[in-house]
Design a binder for this molecule. Structure first.
Ligand SMILES: O=C(O)c1ccc[n+]([C@@H]2O[C@H](COP(=O)([O-])O)[C@@H](O)[C@H]2O)c1
Ligand SMILES: Cc1cc2nc[nH]c2cc1C
Length: 357
């Protein structure tokens, strides 16, 4: 696709609605099952939503992929993170040899990890990293816009394309992840603008920042928003001025998943900010997006609330990479197993059930 505003608008225009009739039918099927009405709670909603997306009353999750957008952030020069781009490179490379945490958790949950270099500072030759580098890290948003509008659109469109390419290869259920030192600074800046909340409310310690570092991080975000003046009504402007290539790429993944009719799961804080940006850009992508856990970053819950989503898991995690999202894969499979295997009241012959029929 062309990496333009018009091409993006065309993809958004083509997002289909989930099939409402199939969703209603799935709820009717649940109500026939040998269990108290509604007693599987949100697992029942998961199956109905998946059925509506796939267009079948017998949904299954199929091949699962974790898309990890890896990128560096120029703002790290301001001392807002505990480490630097070397860690982005190392952890992303570890994803190709099953050493990264997300690789371990993805393996146990039956998913394959796809690390995408959308803007790492270093060039890597690790086989297994998808090279879609737009630039070698962003500019320092404290001094200038993190990226141009063209670069931002290229990152969003790259996310859309990655989903399309993986769907071609048979992947039909996605988790989102990211790797990029400094990306809790950019995510907090974007959250501050999109939620219209002061930086001190939405900024945390990221990957283990000191108290002194946290004050500097809040000051840096405040100044960047003041100086760059991102327009909250223009999401591409916000992502470009105070966001990052990873956040923009993930926003594209959420839009792409909706366009190509596949479910996609949010991970932690950075991923949820990308989902919020995607939904503000394209409200029709919302039904294709599922929450997983609630990041321990202070704005983790706020961003999910703005999306109207309640996380399934509260585990105090703040690792990123897609780790919380792949954990939720198990929950989706559990919901489908229950739906497919619980017999209907008509088929069970237990006297104790008779009065419930
Ligand atoms: O996803 C989260 O909720 C999350 C919260 C804090 C940190 N992280 C991870 O830590 C890195 C960003 O932290 P920082 O302090 O460098 O901005 C990045 O690689 C993220 O994957 C992730
Ligand atoms: C080791 C390490 C692993 C990570 N994974 C995601 N962000 C990270 C940050 C660090 C520092």
């Amino acid at each position: 696709m062309e990496y333009t505003q018009n091409a993006l608008a065309e993809v958004i225009r083509q997002i289909p609605s989930p099939d409402k009739e199939i969703m209603d039918e799935i709820y009717r099927q649940w109500d026939k099952k040998a269990k108290p009405l509604g007693s599987l709670g949100r697992l029942e909603d998961i199956v109905a939503a998946l059925g509506g997306i796939y267009g079948t009353v017998h949904p299954s999750t199929g091949k699962k992929g974790v898309i990890v957008m890896a990128a560096d952030n120029g703002v790290v020069a301001e001392g807002v993170a505990q480490s630097d781009y070397h860690v982005t490179t190392q952890v992303t490379c570890n994803m190709t040899c099953q050493d990264a945490t997300v690789s371990i958790l993805a393996h146990m949950n039956g998913a394959q990890v796809f690390p995408v270099d959308i803007g790492m500072y270093e060039d890597v030759t690790c086989p297994g990293i998808i090279d879609r580098k737009i630039r070698h890290g962003t500019a320092n948003m404290a001094k200038e816009p993190a990226m141009t509008r063209e670069e931002t659109l290229a990152a969003i469109c790259t996310g859309i394309e990655i989903v399309a390419e993986l769907k071609e290869k048979g992947f039909c259920f996605f988790a989102t992840g990211e790797m990029g030192i400094g990306n809790t600074t950019t995510s907090s800046a974007v959250a501050s603008v999109l939620l219209d909340c002061p930086p001190e409310t939405v900024t945390g310690r990221g990957a283990g920042l000191s108290s002194e570092g946290l004050s500097k991080k809040i000051r840096t975000i405040k100044n960047a928003i003041h100086d760059r003046k991102p327009d909250p009504k223009d999401i591409v402007d916000v992502l470009g001025k105070v966001g990052g290539l990873d956040i923009a790429g993930l926003a594209g993944c959420f839009i792409g998943a909706a366009r190509w009719r596949v479910p996609i799961v949010i991970d932690g804080f950075i991923s949820s900010v990308a989902a919020l940006a995607a939904v503000r850009l394209a409200p029709t992508c919302r039904p294709y997006i599922f929450p997983s856990h609630c990041s321990a970053e202070p704005a983790g819950k706020m961003v999910l609330e703005a999306l109207g989503m309640e996380p399934y898991i509260y585990a105090g995690m703040y690792l990123g990479e897609g780790t919380g999202a792949v954990m939720a894969f198990h929950l989706f499979d559990t919901a489908l197993e229950a739906y497919n295997k619980i017999p209907e009241f008509e088929d069970v012959h237990i006297e104790a059930y008779e009065h419930l029929k």
